[in-house]
Design a protein around this ligand. Sequence first.
Ligand code: URP
Ligand code: ZN
Ligand code: ZN
Length: 476
Amino acid sequence: MDLLIKGGKVVTATSTFKADVAVTNGKISAIGTNLKPGKKTEVVDAKGKYILPGALDGHTHMAMPFGGTISTDDYFTGTRAAACGGTTTIFNFETQAPGQPMIDLVNEKLELAEKQGPAIDFSLHVGVGDVTTKEMLYGMDKVVDAGITSFKVFMVYDFGVDDGQFYSTLTHASEIGALVGVHAENNDVNKFLVNKYLEEGKVEPWYHYMSKYEAVAGEADERAINLAKMAGAPLYIVHLDNAQGVAAVAKARAEGYPIFAETCPQYLYFTKEVYKNGRKEVGLRPQDFVCSPPMKGKESKDALWEGIKTGVVSTLATDHCPFLQKEKDWGIVQKDGKTPGNFTTIPNGCAGVENMYPFILSEANKGKISFNKAVEIAATNPAKLFGVDYCKGAIEVGLDADIVIYDPKKNVTINNKKNQHGALDHTVWEGVECKGYPCAVYSHGNLVFDGKDFVGKQGAGKFVKQKKFKTKGPQL
Ligand code: URP
Ligand code: ZN
Ligand code: ZN
């Protein structure tokens, strides 16, 4: 036995109980009362603390070329930040270029990841950029053989799919044991509104929200679900942000369809008001919050919380996609330094990989949801959906010792300069108070966060293979 965490309260998705947790060779080797350490065992006193599985962030964009630049965190700095917030596995999106075989993209990005040196384990989702021919579509097979069984299609952006391509991707994915995620927004309506507002001289970040308001996402959520039903395929809606979409997911699940939804902390905490005022009190401007989809109104925020409580929303992820404030300012003056900018010239995305677990656990600590629910949506369900529950997502004998010791009495106010560990120069979470915080984080039984600093190793994280997706109904 290498490590013995003694006297804490173990939290799983379904139960909470007092137990010691033993770790041997990077795996959880025993869970029980009064476990005895060996001569060389390191013993950690966890009295008054919770023992949780490390979170799995199913939605990150590290080192991603986007919006005329590259997202600020790479596979190392992004995973360092993740680790310091209790997230011990990420799933990074990598998007196929037109004409590029998907497997070439995978090989290229695995090489990039290895070069940058992730601090924690990772896997990939392949963003579908070209399924215009049968040959390109069937390129998915090699990706599944390589251990990546999750894909994402975009109903928006220039590289997005049309409904026919979406339908064929869904159909083929279900044949080969893969799960398709979707970024659901109505592209045509969005484009129409963008042009209208720009013609009217309405260029401020508020019009980013106005051109992607609730129904722009809600209609696409409903259409995506209909396409999945038609294709007889499972579907995962990423970054669900609106009440209409929550209702559509709830209905499809009640009918017995394997429809799953993810939401993100930003949709549970902020509202569209940030596009008017930013958060002046902590120096954040409206453009700092520009991400897609944008934050919505309070009705949607409340519906998402309800969706979590009722099981309609299955997972929490961050959509971590950070850009520097000088890049966010391209909405005022574009990258060339002279052309006036507008809300469409702001790189889309915000940081959050370090904040997801502390945020949702803090909400649990305040009584909004149970700790079990927090563990379920941030760890156990993403592990199941993305086929890594054979090694991650729970405190269970035989699984990787990716463990968070959580102190419910340690309060932390997010301060980008003082206590955040990514590469970004700001965070939308600045000044947010967390009631309770991780005080130790382990990856494969090795300490990576000591409650203050990153103490892990660059390059220690490994690629994790995903099993095939076999779930036929709404239950995981
Ligand atoms: O604004 C965001 N979310 N940027 C990343 C790309 C995406 O759509 O997820
Ligand atoms: Zn997206
Ligand atoms: Zn995303």
